[in-house]
Design a protein around this ligand. Sequence first.
Ligand code: X2X
Length: 341
Amino acid sequence: MKFRSLLCAVVVCLLLVPAMAVAGAKYKKEYKMSVVVGPKLPWGAGATKFADLVRERTDGRINIKVYTSSSLMAGKQTNEFLIHRQGVAEFCFASTINWSTTIKPLNVFNLPFFFPDYKALDAVTQGDVGKDLTEMLKAKGVTVLAWGENGFREITNSKRAIKTPADLEGLKVRVVGTPIFIDTMKALGANPVNMNWGDAQVAFQQGVVDGQENPVVAIEIPVKIWQFHQYATIWRYVIDPLMLTVNNKAMASFTAEDQSIIRQAAVEAADEQRWIVRKGLIAPDLSALETLRQNGMEVVELDEKARSAFRAKTTAVYQKWTDVIGADLVKKAEAAIAASR
Ligand code: X2X
């Protein structure tokens, strides 16, 4: 009997040790990373930075190719979570907006006029809400490695300066195909049209829509929005964080050492990207708004009183979507925001 169990142990060892040794050698030649925007925008550049760091630090064992402009989902940005979960893209640098059609609690970031500033946002992503969302996504097959940022979404248009809700009346505004955006724009009196980002840029050019909403530094300046729109209103109506993520099965296929390289690289790339897109948008440095003005735009900055007139029109949207998101999560976010004051 003794001899037999010894033999068994030897056989097990002989089978296991080589299997462990070759784990690293089983890596794919290429891993895919999905990004909705182009490579030159800070968001796309953040993804490239992450891929480069991982490649360098793993001596090329993990070779991530960044697929920009929604190319892995044929332009349909709201399908990104699905292809990520399936493992078509092992990595993503993704906007919460694009995933919020599938993962409803992510709509917490889309609640109109909810986040007053970056401090409030950081309190939410770095606190209990960030933790809860991370756990929810993990259960659905995806790990959040770090939070980056697209930014507060500010409206621009070709018709008139928006100072009060009445100025929005009847404006045709392009939004992402995420239902809460349609509800919010309708509540504000605008005429929302949903469109993928790739099509939207053509629509601006052709004047098919009057306006759009996107972050200033991350999107509006790089795409030179002044070519199409003369008016911008800084109203901080919605915040758009980015998540740098990995498919759980892909992550589990890497050695512990490589997993920690991936985690570290994600935090570095996302932190850097977040500060790049905030630059020029935090008083006293409002140079990003100056860039819009220097390019001929009229920029309206709403104070809290003016902002609350818009918020008042969206109360029903807030209530409806609190139920969809989950009242507990919204309560946690409210508490984190209050504590950040
Ligand atoms: O489509 C948009 O407006 C963009 C690029 O900001 C997002 O992907 C959410």
